[in-house]
Design a protein around this ligand. Structure first.
Ligand code: ASP
Length: 353
C-alpha cells in the first residue's frame, strides 16, 4: 500500500443502500464499516477513510447550505488527504459538482463525485465499479507525484466528466451522465486512460474555499407563442438574476414588446443570462438577428454552459463581493473550465474525441 489517503464522503442517494435479506428491504450502508461491507476496498493501494452525513439526504434536498457543509469538510481535511470521493444521489449530482467547482478555488487535488443507478447492495449494482474507479481516479498521480485530476469531476459508467460540464441524461440507463460540450477527461476500460490535455491544470494560487449564499434565480424558458406580457410579469419579480433559456444558437423572438421587456428589466439593474435550450452547442449572441437583438437589449451571453453550471456560477458570483458589472464580466469569462468561448464546439469535440 502506498501512502495515498482518500476521504470518501457519503451524502445520501441510491449508491449507499444495501439489501437487508431478513426484511427484504433496503437500508443505508454502514460507512463506519465500509471495508467489511465492501471487501474489495481492502485490495486498493491507498488508505481510505469514510465519513457519512448523519442524516443522508435524497439529492433533491441539496441546497447551498449542504454545499457549504461539503466545502467545509473538504477544507478541514484538505491537507490530510490526497483526494476526495463524494457519494451523491444522481438527480442533482451535476449541480453539486458545478457548485463545488466554483467554491473550491485553486484546487490541486481531485474531488470526484459518483453514485449509482442501483443500490450498492443489490446484485446488478453499478455502484461498486463506480466507487472503486472513482477512488482509483482520486488516487492517480503523475511521475512527479502530483494528482492527475486536480479538479472536480463526475465519474459514472466508465467515464470521468468535468463536473461543471456534466448533466444527468437518463433516469434509466447505467450510462446516466454526459458532458455534451466537453469531451470526457478519462475513460475506464481494461486500464484507466487519462486525456491529460483536457484536464485542467491546477491554478497557480493557493486553495481557497468560498461558501455560498442562498440566492433566488428566475428561470425563463422560451417557447413559441410565449406572450411578452408573461415575460414582463416574470421579470417584475423580486429576483436580481434570471436565466433565459433561448432557442438553438442563442435565438429569441424579435418583437419589440419582447425586447422592450428585457431592456426595461436590464435598465432596472437585473442581470439576464442566456443559455441554449439545446444540450450541444452554444448561445452565441452574434449569430442570428434575434440573438443580436438580445445582446443589444443587454442580455449576457452564457455560451455553452449547462443549466447546472449557469445556476451555480450565478450563486457563486453573487456570494462574493462583486459589483453587477463585475458579475456580468465574470459570467462571460471561463473561470473553471465551465464554458468554451469563441470556438466552433463541434469541430473542437470531433477533433479531440
Ligand atoms: N433520488 C436519488 C437521489 O438523487 C436518485 C439516486 O440516488 O440516484 O438522491
Amino acid at each position: 500500500m502506498n501512502g495515498t489517503k482518500i476521504l470518501i464522503i457519503y451524502t445520501g442517494g441510491t449508491i449507499g443502500m444495501v439489501e437487508d435479506q431478513a426484511s427484504d428491504s433496503l437500508h443505508p450502508f454502514d460507512f463506519d464499516h465500509i471495508k467489511s461491507e465492501l471487501p474489495e476496498l481492502r485490495k486498493m493501494q491507498c488508505k481510505i477513510e469514510a465519513l457519512a452525513f448523519n442524516n443522508p439526504i435524497d439529492s433533491s434536498d441539496m441546497n447551498p447550505d449542504v454545499w457549504n457543509y461539503l466545502g467545509d469538510l473538504i477544507e478541514k481535511n484538505y491537507d490530510k488527504f490526497d483526494g476526495f470521493v463524494i457519494l451523491h444521489g444522481t438527480d442533482t449530482m451535476a449541480f453539486t459538482a458545478s457548485a463545488l467547482s466554483f467554491m473550491l478555488e485553486g484546487l490541486d487535488k481531485p474531488v470526484i463525485l459518483t453514485g449509482s443507478q442501483l443500490p450498492i447492495g443489490v446484485l446488478r449494482t453499478d455502484g461498486k465499479e463506480n466507487l472503486i474507479t472513482a477512488i482509483e481516479i482520486a488516487m492517480s498521480k503523475d511521475h512527479m507525484n502530483r494528482p492527475l485530476v486536480p479538479e472536480v469531476g463526475v465519474y459514472f459508467e466508465h467515464r470521468l466528466l468535468r463536473g461543471n460540464r456534466s448533466h444527468k441524461m437518463s433516469a434509466y440507463h447505467f450510462n446516466a451522465f454526459d458532458s455534451p460540450n466537453y469531451p470526457p477527461l478519462a475513460e475506464a476500460g481494461i486500464e484507466l486512460r487519462f486525456f491529460r490535455h483536457l484536464i485542467r491544470k491546477s491554478d497557480p494560487y493557493d486553495f481557497k474555499y468560498t461558501p455560498l449564499k442562498v440566492c433566488d434565480i428566475g428561470i425563463i424558458t422560451l417557447y413559441p407563442g410565449m406572450s411578452p406580457k408573461q415575460i414582463e410579469r416574470v421579470l417584475q419579480g423580486p429576483e436580481k438574476y434570471y436565466i433565459l433559456q433561448v432557442f438553438g444558437s442563442g435565438n429569441a423572438p424579435t418583437s419589440s414588446s419582447f425586447l422592450n421587456a428585457l431592456r426595461q428589466a436590464v435598465r432596472l439593474g437585473k442581470l439576464i443570462l442566456s443559455i441554449s435550450q439545446c444540450e450541444v452547442g452554444s448561445s452565441n449572441l452574434s449569430k442570428y438577428i434575434g440573438a443580436k437583438e438580445l445582446r443589444k437589449a443587454g442580455v449576457v451571453h452564457g455560451y455553452d454552459m449547462t443549466f447546472e453550471a449557469a445556476v451555480t456560477k450565478l450563486i457563486y458570483l453573487d456570494s462574493i463581493d462583486l459589483s453587477t458589472d463585475q458579475i456580468r464580466m465574470y459570467l462571460q469569462r471561463d473561470i473553471r473550465g465551465e464554458m468554451t468561448i469563441g470556438e466552433d464546439l463541434r469541430t473542437q469535440i470531433e477533433t479531440i474525441g
